[in-house]
Design a protein around this ligand. Structure first.
Ligand code: DAH
Length: 339
């Protein structure tokens, strides 16, 4: 019996099948109920008791080997290995898409890098805020329209929790915790209850900058603004400041840059004025400093805030704000070279 098993083992080792029928014939020959291995199993009854152990083990081994061999042949038939000579294993691999940075992240990083070169460090604050940090500490009058339900998302009726409407709230938090000199830049997401359209969204992104120290003046602010505009939009960029109003700065201004599309000559993009608005700024109102525990008789400072979407639109002429949050890869892939 041992001889027979040995013969079958070496026979099975050599079998091959070129198609499914051949394989099935082999399976029936060895593994079916009437196959050779079953026949041996039947004869096992006749084996002398002292040989049962050895022969039993061998029989089991034979069965496993046969099953594995049939399975291997089946896999080989199902998935034939290619022997195609035209396969060029030295060819460069297909490009692997690792993804791209989001355009808003690219521009946010650029803004932060410019301010980092001026010594500003990044500060962050919560998106869920309270009235004090977003409005009251920043000198918003009780009846200021920005607090209106129309604008602000309140989280629950009667509870003092809301989604921040601007990143100026981070100013409040940093000033409460730190004494000057303070030189921070605060990027982040903000929320406003706006109807969504190509030019407005219920959430967008801002970067805020704040500098507080002794003897900080409007001239310092202007210098930083000019440096920022040139770094961001090119050496030939000009800036102009228009008087404006924000509750937390006095005096306040809005900054325009010379239109980076037409170079200031006038085009549809700048509505033929040659200028486009990019940010709000001003000297921090002494009330705000005092509200946050900084002595306004000793310290002064400037603040500025801008929308990242706005700057991105200017750099890349994105005409519809909704593209930024729709995750359409056809849009996002266009920023491959920039990221
Ligand atoms: N927080 C203002 C807004 O959301 C932007 C702003 C204007 C920020 C003037 C400032 C500033 O720091 O000085 O519209």
């Amino acid at each position: 019996m041992l001889n027979k098993i040995q013969t079958l083992l070496s026979e099975i080792d050599r079998i091959t099948a070129t198609n499914a029928e051949e394989l099935e014939t082999l399976r029936i020959k060895y593994l079916s109920k009437k196959g050779e291995i079953s026949a041996l199993m039947n004869d096992f009854r006749l084996v002398a008791p002292e040989q049962k152990r050895e022969i039993g083990q061998k029989l089991n081994e034979l069965k496993t080997v046969a099953q594995n061999k049939i399975n291997t042949l089946k896999t080989a038939l199902d998935h034939p290995a290619t022997t195609d000579d035209s396969l060029d294993l030295t060819r460069t691999a297909y490009p692997y898409h690792v993804g791209t940075r989001h355009p808003l992240s690219i521009v946010k990083k650029e803004i932060c890098d410019i301010f980092a070169r001026l010594g500003f460090s990044i500060a962050e604050g919560p998106e869920i805020e309270d009235d004090w940090h977003v409005f009251s500490a920043l000198n918003f009058a009780d009846d200021h329209p920005a607090r209106d339900m129309q604008d602000t998302f309140f989280l629950q009726n009667g509870v003092d929790l809301l989604l921040r409407t601007h990143t100026s709230s981070v100013q409040t938090r940093v000033m409460e915790k730190t004494q000057p000199p303070i030189r921070i830049i605060c990027p982040g997401r903000v929320y406003r209850n706006e109807a969504i359209s190509y030019r407005a969204h219920c959430f967008f992104h801002q970067v805020e900058a704040l500098y507080i120290d002794k003897k900080v003046s409007f001239a310092d602010l202007k210098q930083v603004l000019l440096y920022f505009a040139k770094e961001m939009f090119g050496e030939n960029t000009k800036i102009r400041l228009r008087p404006s109003f924000f509750p937390f700065t006095e005096p306040s201004a809005e900054m325009d840059i010379s239109c980076n599309l037409c170079g200031g000559k006038g085009c549809p993009f700048c509505k033929h004025t040659g200028w486009v608005e990019i940010l709000g700024c001003g000297m921090v109102d002494p009330n705000v400093l005092d509200n946050c525990g900084i002595d306004s008789k000793i310290y002064s400072g400037y603040a500025l805030g801008m929308g990242i979407e706005r700057i991105t639109n200017l750099k890349y002429q994105v005409k519809d704000l909704r593209l930024f949050s729709e995750n359409d890869v056809r849009f996002l892939r266009q920023f491959e070279s920039a990221s």
